[in-house]
Design a binder for this molecule. Structure first.
Ligand code: MEV
Length: 441
């Protein structure tokens, strides 16, 4: 029996599920039960969620958690985080508390400029193109007035359009690179609409321009799309405190504060030197950033792609954070390209994204960028602190214990006994299984 189908998207949700489970599931009844059990109980909410993508047949649930005690630029936040990894929220919360007692997190916006490109091939003389560009630019701006009017009223719009010449690497290849201010929206739809208008205007310009040779009318637009790399849309977050204020933490690990600070600084330095370590180090930062990005209905793929490109901006992939020790102070800083929005997209549509923004005090996009960067820095701090002291498995496996107990079907009583027993024991799947077997026998 063929498994090819035409018009799958036209089927009702029930028909989609039936077709899917009949053709692809070992146990159709069980698959239907699972898919059905994750539908939202409120039909109107489910309708909104189904509207997000094509062919939605159920909902995929992740924990919605809160990391309290974040003090950022003097404001207290309880930060919503959506993430599945056991220890992330615990680590963020612990770092938030640690820094709350040391002046909290500081954050500032370095810039908010977004970028978009029209990639085109033009077979004429580059000097002619350069000479025509001021006129072309005026036409591009004029042709997009209807699209930019609203954004301009909100204080944004097109900032500039540049002509870039890539002829030295690819014959006839040029680019319009436009910069935008999109205020509180991430701005993808606005930017892409404007760029597509630019593409049409560009073609018309060369078709209509008087006195051009035939071949000079032959412009070929390949594509018009925003760039998710926004090095000029950037935020800096940092914490700073006297090295001696690490004394208690250091003592609990059998070292002094200077040693702990030096080990911390070296761990961050290693992530600046070695891309293998930098990748894992930055992954720890994105444990925090992505969780806030998801909780607030922002685009985590765009934000990750951008951050990783930024991490490789000098030709080698490096740590996004840095640490300095000077005059008895430790300063730990994260600077990252990060484009977020608080209006548009899913922000008002997804009930939990909307709630997240409300819980954060309905921040502007700039404030949300500051909060998110602070959480990324907190996560990075917690990870590196564990790595240079106990190692991460201790905290990670403590949190993972609940997953193992659930997996092994532990009762509440067994789980409580296990939580107590494993306070002073190394957690592993086999150790927990042995513990339960012994208890059950
Ligand atoms: C685990 O999800 C993240 C860490 O590996 C980050 C790091 O190594 O810095 C702990």
């Amino acid at each position: 029996m063929t498994k090819t189908i035409n018009g799958f998207s036209k089927l009702s949700k029930k028909e989609k599920i039936q077709w899917l489970t009949t053709h692809f599931s070992q146990n159709a009844a069980e698959a239907e039960r699972v898919l059905g059990s994750w539908q939202h109980s409120d039909d109107s909410v489910q309708k909104v969620i189904d509207g997000f993508t094509e062919n939605a047949i159920s909902n995929y649930t992740l924990p919605y958690s809160i990391a309290p005690n974040f003090l950022i630029n003097g404001v207290e936040y309880a930060v919503p985080m959506v993430i599945e990894e056991s220890s992330v929220v615990a680590a963020a919360s612990s770092a938030a508390k640690f820094w709350q007692e040391r002046g909290g997190f500081h954050a500032e916006i370095v810039g908010t400029v977004k970028l978009g490109q029209v990639h085109f091939y033009w077979p004429g003389n580059p000097d002619t193109l350069r000479a025509l560009f001021p006129e072309l630019k005026a036409r591009l701006l004029e042709s997009s007035r209807d699209l930019t009017a609203n954004m301009e009223q909100r204080g944004g719009g097109i900032l500039d359009i540049e002509l870039l010449d890539f002829e030295s690497v690819e014959p006839d290849y040029f680019q319009l690179r436009a910069s935008f201010e999109t205020c509180n929206s991430m701005g993808a739809n606005f930017i892409n609409s404007v760029l597509e208008r630019f593409a049409d205007t560009l073609e018309d310009f060369f078709t209509d321009y008087p006195g051009l040779a035939d071949e000079e009318r032959d412009v070929e637009v390949i594509m018009a799309i925003l760039s998710n790399y926004t090095p000029l849309c950037r935020v800096r977050a940092w914490v700073e405190c006297p090295i001696q204020s690490f004394a208690d933490l250091a003592r609990s690990q059998g070292m002094d504060a200077d040693t702990l600070a030096r080990r911390f600084q070296r761990a961050v330095r290693i992530a600046q030197i070695d891309p293998y370590r930098a990748t894992t180090h930055n992954k720890g930062i994105y444990n925090g950033i992505d969780a806030v990005v998801l909780a607030t209905g922002n685009d985590f793929r765009a934000i990750e792609a951008c951050g990783h490109t930024y991490a490789g901006r000098d030709g080698q992939y490096r740590s996004l954070s840095s640490c300095t020790l000077s005059n008895g102070l430790l300063r730990f800083e994260l600077e990252v390209a990060l484009a977020m929005g608080t209006v548009g997209g899913l922000t008002a549509l997804h009930p939990l994204a909307k709630l997240s923004l409300e819980l954060l005090g309905n921040p502007s996009a700039e404030e949300l960028m500051c909060i998110t960067a602070a959480v990324g820095l907190a996560q990075n701090f917690a990870a590196v602190r564990s790595l240079i002291t106990t190692g991460i498995q201790q905290g990670h496996m403590k949190m993972h214990l609940t997953n193992i107990l659930n997996h092994l079907g532990a009762s509440e009583e067994e789980a409580a006994a296990a939580q107590f027993y494993f306070q002073n024991q190394t957690v592993s799947f086999s150790a927990v299984r042995s513990f339960l077997l012994e208890k059950r026998s």
